[in-house]
Design a protein around this ligand. Structure first.
Ligand code: ADP
Ligand code: MG
Length: 724
């Protein structure tokens, strides 16, 4: 049997030693990337400057320069042993895609030369018809093209030169996650620069910064392969809780097992060579759960690095007989995995805009960005909720272990006092004419060291950045980064207009800023919550405040097509309505398909794996009872066979419980599959099919407790959750 074989195979495993060169990380950091040092070495001065301008100011790279860059890239890559190149992009599947081409071109005389021209660097045309497009592409325009993103350095993977690109349809619609994000980052740059000019004329560039924290589970690959549900859906659909799991809290920050350590060392080594500044590693709360976090970077680069890291850990894990689970909730009853997105803004002058300053001018700048973020979140909470919606994340949000599905922000008692102070100042009757003597509230200096932390908030201020904690572990960070930067940009533009309006009317700059901020503090107050976000009381309180609480993905996703959101995206040319509708359809379709697959796996496992074993064991019990009847006198028999007879009855009840529910679930699925509209189908799967999962699981998990351990076909939680 697969389970027993799998269990036997792992007892023999030794940690696999890895060959990591001795010496400093800085000796090999970024060695596989066309980074600044490589560019300086390989590019002409002119080409280098043009690429730098493209990176810093989005300036276009002309054809002649692209040819030069391509030639240099080729020389560098071939020198490093590369034979192929690929445009590396992020289609709407959520993973990454690539199509490899060899550098070689045949020439006369049966020979070949390595060739790579500027056009091949800048643009390619992969056949787009197999990527999700939400019906945007008709067959006659089934072409998409990828275009070079010079802001993320090319890198080498498996002797292949990977060139980060955007992916758009032939008619110009974005077919990836990167395109709208780059646009949003661009807009927040210019909007933030404009606001920064109130405080410092030298600011001419603002980048969004992102530091992600990636959580994941490890499982021995033999055990993984013995669980068809993990293989096909990424999560266990059955499994009775282990007698011990996380209740002793002995895993968090505990000693990392030797086998895991070897795996971590190796993937960190590979990550460092690729320029991913991985810094932190530790055990997480749940058994077999781990986290890895890099130093923060410019958001676009950080997003690419996270995508690359997810790919890397899966591959390296295989070499150590591990499988990485990036699913948000692989196991019921223990914590799931998230991906905290630490987010801030940084100026070209080196100022973190969410870092409280020392003097009153920098304090005002800090308050300006803090309050604008709160205001933006208040205005677009539903959009931010929908950005993190996925079938996997539904198991986390609101399950008393992860931030709830209600979007709110935590800023800590100190800053709450500061905002309250601002709010109390001068009651403004008509803020366009009155000159008020507003003061900048003093920001306590100890803020950064302040341990006043709230782990339950989905969006928490942590001293010099916001930490968006509700993002799912498998999601690309761009899903969060695009809307967050967009809503902030929109908000900052509005802020600037209002402040300028007051200044034109004669209000002094400082007072104009404070007046508008004061109003924003009042208007966005409802989004702030300092208490325990896991508690039931918060759900009630949030309801009274009028905050949304979308518990399921389809319910949350509907909000991405609200008129407000469409206007926001169209106003800033991030996505057109057509593109948004297409994306919406893709997400709804993906949700329905995921639930459909889970339902199939669940039905199959219950019917073909669990029930036969339950019957087999039940027959053993029946034989046993018959035997007892033969050898015992009637009175003793009645007394002693009671518990076995009860087990026989219990098993029958659970078997019929499974059968009935599986039949009803299949019926609902049949109805679901006749629905054409993707949104209606997703809603149907959510409301009508999904509820059967728990009902069926209940009976299966009860059977797990009744049936002989040696017969049970699926590795149990206690076997899955504790690595040897
Ligand atoms: P912790 O939250 O565990 O105390 P840190 O405060 O050092 O740890 O930061 C956690 C994460 O936040 C790290 O990934 C780090 O890179 C990131 N981070 C720190 N500063 C910023 C910033 N200004 N912008 C974005 N991310 C940041
Ligand atoms: Mg964190």
């Amino acid at each position: 049997m697969l389970r027993i074989k799998a269990l036997e195979s792992i007892t023999e495993r030794e940690p696999k030693k890895t060959n990591i060169p001795k010496g400093k990380i800085s000796d090999y950091f970024g060695q596989l990337t066309f980074n600044d040092a490589a560019m300086r070495e390989y590019l002409t001065r002119e080409a280098y400057e043009k690429v730098m301008n493209a990176i810093s100011f989005g300036e276009k790279i002309e054809r002649r320069i692209a040819d030069q860059v391509a030639a240099s890239l080729k020389a560098w890559a071939i020198g490093m042993g590369a034979t192929h190149y690929t445009h590396w992009f992020h289609p709407l599947t959520g993973s990454t895609a690539e199509k490899h081409d060899a550098f070689i071109n045949p020439v006369t005389g049966g020979k070949a030369i390595e060739n790579f021209r500027g056009t091949e660097l800048i643009q390619q045309e992969p056949d787009a018809s197999s990527f999700p497009s939400g019906g945007i592409r008709n067959t006659f325009e089934a072409r998409g093209y990828t275009a070079w993103d010079p802001t993320s350095p090319a890198f080498l993977l498996d002797n292949t030169l990977c060139i980060p690109t955007i992916f758009v349809s032939y008619t110009g619609e974005a077919l990836d996650f990167k395109t709208p994000m780059l646009k949003a980052l661009n807009i927040v740059d210019s909007a933030a620069v404009d606001v920064c000019k109130y405080f410092d004329k030298d600011v001419n560039k603002v980048v969004a910064t992102l530091g992600w924290e990636q959580e994941y589970f490890l499982i021995d690959t033999a055990l993984f392969n013995a669980r068809p549900d993990l293989v096909l859906t990424g999560r266990t659909v059955f499994g009775h809780a282990s007698a011990k799991d996380q209740q002793l809290s002995d895993h968090y920050f505990g000693t990392i097992p030797a086998r895991v350590m070897e795996f971590m060392k190796e993937f960190e080594y590979e990550a460092h060579k690729l320029g991913i500044p991985v810094k932190t590693r530790h055990n997480e709360v749940a058994p077999n759960q781990f986290e890895c976090a890099p130093v923060f970077e410019e958001a676009n680069l950080a997003v690419d690095h996270n995508q690359l890291l997810m790919h890397l850990i899966k591959r390296i894990a295989n070499r150590h007989n591990f499988t990485v689970l990036l699913h948000e909730k692989p196991y019921a009853g223990v914590n799931g995995s998230g991906k905290h997105n630490n987010w801030s803004l940084m100026t070209n002058t080196g100022i973190n805009l969410l870092s409280p300053g020392k003097d009153s001018k920098s304090n005002l700048r800090f308050l300006t960005f803090l309050v604008n973020i709160l205001k933006a979140l208040h205005s677009h909470a539903d959009l931010i909720r929908s950005a993190i919606a996925s079938a996997g994340n539904d198991h986390r949000l609101g399950a008393h272990e992860a931030p709830p599905a209600i979007i709110s922000a935590f800023i800590g008692t100190q800053l709450t006092k500061v905002l309250n102070e601002l709010e109390k100042q001068g009651k403004i009757k008509n803020d366009s004419t009155l000159e008020l003597n507003l003061n900048i509230p003093k920001i306590p200096e100890i803020l950064l060291d302040n341990t006043d932390r709230n782990r339950t908030s989905p969006f928490a201020f942590t001293g010099n950045k916001f930490e968006f904690r509700a993002v799912g572990s498998s999601a690309t960070c761009s899903k969060a980064m695009t809307p967050l930067n967009l809503i902030l940009a929109d908000q900052l533009i509005q802020f600037k207009n209002e402040v300028d309006g007051l200044i034109t009317k004669g209000v002094k700059k400082k007072n104009a800023i404070l007046q508008v901020l004061r109003r924003y503090v009042l208007e966005s107050k409802n989004i702030r919550f300092e208490g325990n976000s896991y508690g039931e009381e918060w759900a009630v309180e949030a309801g009274k405040r009028g905050l949304s609480n979308f518990r399921s993905t389809p319910d949350a996703l509907i909000k991405t097509l609200s008129q407000d959101t469409i206007d926001l995206y169209e106003k800033h040319s991030i996505l057109t309505k057509r593109e948004m509708v297409a994306r919406h359809e893709i997400k709804m379709e993906k949700y329905a398909k995921q639930i459909q697959i889970e339902a199939r796996v669940l039905g199959d496992l219950a019917t073909n794996h669990i029930i036969p074993v339950a019957i087999q064991y039940q027959n053993i019990l029946i034989e046993n009872v018959k035997g007892l009847k033969d050898v015992l006198d009637h009175k003793t028999f009645v007394k002693l066979s009671k518990s076995q007879v009860q087990s026989i009855k219990d098993i029958s009840e659970h078997i019929s419980g499974i059968k009935e529910n599986v039949i009803m679930m299949i019926d609902e699925r049949k109805t679901a599959n006749k629905i054409d509209n993707e949104q209606d189908k997703a809603l149907f799967y959510n409301k009508k099919v999904l509820p059967y999962f728990e009902l069926i699981r209940y009976h299966v998990d009860k059977l797990e407790l009744l049936v002989d351990d040696r017969l049970w076909p699926l590795p149990k939680y206690r076997e899955l959750l504790f690595l040897k």
